[in-house]
Design a protein around this ligand. Structure first.
Ligand SMILES: [Zn+2]
Length: 44
């Protein structure tokens, strides 16, 4: 499964995520602070 490294621009948290987690984060925002994020905040 594809995985990504999410880096929150607000709280700075770096979180490895899978594809479905990435989709959920794009909808719900950062899991730590709730900031809305875009695809730019995920690195492969
Ligand atoms: Zn955050």
């Amino acid at each position: 499964m594809t995985s990504y490294e999410f880096t929150c621009p607000d709280c700075g948290r770096e979180i490895p995520v899978t594809d479905p987690m990435r989709d959920a984060t794009l909808v719900n925002g950062c899991p730590v602070c709730g900031r809305s994020v875009t695809a730019d905040h995920f690195a492969t």
